[in-house]
Design a binder for this molecule. Sequence first.
Ligand code: PMP
Length: 427
Amino acid sequence: PYTGPGAEEIMRKRREFLSPSMFCFYKKPVNVVHGKMQYLFDDNGRRYLDAFGGIATVNCGHCHPDVVRAIVDQTKSLQHSTILYLNHAIADFAEALASKLPGDLKVVFFTNSGTEANELAMMMARLYTGCHDIISLRNAYHGNAAGTMAATAQCNWKFNVVQSGVHHALNPDPYRGLFGADGEKYAHDIQDLIHFGTSGHVAAFISEAIQGVGGIVELAPGYLPAVYNSIREAGGLCIADEVQSGFARVGSHFWGFEAHGVIPDIVTMAKGIGNGIPLGAVVTTPEVAEVLTRRCYFNTFGGNPVCTAAGHAVLKVIEKENLQENAHIVGSYLKKRLSDLKSKHEIIGDVRGRGLMLGVELVTDRQLKTPAKVEILQVMDQMKEMGVLVGKGGFYGNVFRITPPLCFTKEDADFLVDVMDYAMTKL
Ligand code: PMP
């Protein structure tokens, strides 16, 4: 049994010694002390179904024994920086990771986070093209450093940073967007931005396949192929941010962009890559990768032996346990059950997503799509009381984000939906 400090003591220390910017989802925060696969346990030994492990994207499940073993074994033999000496862990994982990517995408740069990966990807695109302009989508989230904060396109994540050469295009959002699910219509906006906002040449276009922080918005079909064409005609590179949608989460494919039938020039990843261990990566072609030989490029812990050993173990678990197929089967089942709830609860405006990356948008008026910002907190709190943890996001904070570990079962899906159903009935 747990004998450490309780929630109140942790909250006191947090208030006194940690940044006031830290926030908690719940009125009464959960003190999680232990995790096992799709479950979390609090200080009283109470079990919660974790339907938001996706925030750290523990795709294999919490404390998966194979991943833990890889980390422990590597820690016992060596942990170091990645420069100066050789070590097999980084090379083995790079080779395995490259085998999961299509086309000529086979050169890997490791980082410690998604932010770093996107910063590096944008810098490489700028170096490669000699252009500065980058286009990202409204409602996107790409990180919290200067360049990525500029590419992020929601005011609540932007501080007053100097934002140069970044353009935000219309979001091809099938639910709230101007053109519904007609991807090609939104793609004209990219063409306009290139014609009227740049010199006609751009460095890159960066986007998620399914916006995570933005509230599980799956880009309208037909959008990415059209945009990739326009960007390439303008000399730019296409960057796929797979930080949330990568590593089998979308079920139908290993990477989110594959569902759109495109092949990017640069792919960035983090979260799920290490099952909770800080790790990120940029994968690109040998031709683009060459730009980083022009100066010294160095990252102390990017690709260190312990994190890359974890990453390699993750790939093996995904394969061994058929997690992609499971994400597809259980995710489709869960989406169907959530969609069925729509006929019962007027508050559900939209159910969307793919695999085990699902969103439920709550509105107080289906016609006006008025965000149900208060109601969602009530439902979320009630669900927590009944032992189910879900996430929340979207610009208005009114979308449930359901991104559980990929070992989620149909029984877990049923439990989640029944609990959500009950909590909504209680509203
Ligand atoms: N890209 C996407 C799509 C993300 O969701 C996030 C994190 N929420 C990031 C980049 C940044 O990753 P990190 O927090 O690891 O820097």
